[in-house]
Design a protein around this ligand. Structure first.
Ligand code: C5P
Length: 222
C-alpha cells in the first residue's frame, strides 16, 4: 500500500475543509488546512494594526510567528505562537481581509515553504487555492471543488445559523464573490484549476457523495 498526496482546491465555501477532513480520517492521512495559515497571519497583522498592503511589515510579522495546525480531542485547532486562535481566525473581520494578505507574493512564498515542509511525507490531504498548482504540484490526486455561489452562500448561512450567528444571504453571496475575485485575479499563484486537476461540481451533491467520489479516485492509487 502506498501513501499519496491529495490536493483539494477551489473557491470559498465550496466545502473543501469538510470533505478534506473526512477523506483524511478515512485514509488515516494528515489533514492540512492552508487557509487557516493565511487567516492566522491576517489575524496577527490586524492585531498589530499593520497596513494590509505593507508586504515588508507583514512578512516580518510572519517570519516571527509560529503557526501550528494540530488536534485537540479530535478537533482541528490552530495555534499562533502557542495561543489557540481556532475561533479568532473565523471572524468576519479576518474572512473579509484575508485575501489582501494572501495576495502578497512574499507571504505566499513563505507559506508555500512551510506547507511543503508540513507535507514532507505523503499520506496528506491538503486544501486551499494553489495546492495542486504550486504547493504540491506532484500530488497524485488533484481535486477542484466548485459549487454555485447561491449554494455556497446557503451552506455558509446554515453553518452560521447552527453556530447561533445571524447572517444575510445576499451579504454572504457578495462576500464570497469578492473573495473569489481577489483570489482568482491576483498575480501570485491565483485560484485556478490545475491542468491535471479533476473538477467536481458539488452543487447538488451531499457531503457523503462528494467524499465517495473523491475516494473512488483515490483508490485507483492506493
Ligand atoms: O480556505 P479559506 O477560505 O479558509 O481561505 C481563506 C483565504 O486564504 C482565501 O480566501 C485565500 O485568500 C487564502 N488562501 C490562499 N491560498 C491557499 C489557501 C487560502 O490564498 N492555499
Amino acid at each position: 500500500e502506498q501513501n499519496i498526496a491529495i490536493a483539494i482546491d477551489g473557491p470559498a465555501a465550496a466545502g473543501k475543509s469538510t470533505v478534506a477532513k473526512i477523506v483524511a480520517e478515512t485514509l488515516s492521512y494528515i489533514y492540512i488546512d492552508t487557509g487557516a495559515m493565511y487567516r492566522a497571519v491576517t489575524l496577527t497583522a490586524l492585531k498589530h494594526k499593520v497596513d494590509l498592503d505593507d508586504e515588508e511589515a507583514i512578512l516580518d510579522l510572519l517570519l516571527h510567528t509560529e503557526i501550528e495546525l494540530t488536534q485537540k480531542e479530535k478537533k482541528q485547532i490552530v495555534l499562533l505562537d502557542g495561543f489557540d486562535v481556532t475561533n479568532d481566525i473565523r471572524t468576519l473581520q479576518v474572512t473579509n481581509n484575508v485575501s489582501y494578505v494572501a495576495k502578497l507574493p512574499g507571504v505566499r512564498k513563505e507559506m508555500v515553504k512551510r506547507q511543503q515542509a508540513l507535507a514532507n511525507n505523503r499520506g496528506v490531504v491538503m486544501d486551499g487555492r494553489d495546492i495542486g498548482t504550486h504547493v504540491l504540484p506532484n500530488a497524485e490526486v488533484k481535486i477542484f471543488l466548485i459549487a454555485s455561489v447561491e449554494e455556497r452562500a446557503k451552506r455558509r448561512y446554515d453553518e452560521n445559523t447552527q453556530r447561533g450567528i445571524e447572517s444575510n444571504m445576499e451579504v454572504l453571496k457578495e462576500e464570497i464573490e469578492k473573495r473569489d475575485l481577489i483570489d482568482s485575479k491576483r498575480e501570485a499563484s491565483p485560484l485556478v484549476k490545475a491542468e491535471d486537476g479533476i473538477e467536481l461540481d458539488t452543487t447538488s451533491l451531499s457531503i457523503k457523495e462528494v467524499v465517495e467520489r473523491i475516494l473512488t479516485i483515490v483508490y485507483k492509487y492506493v
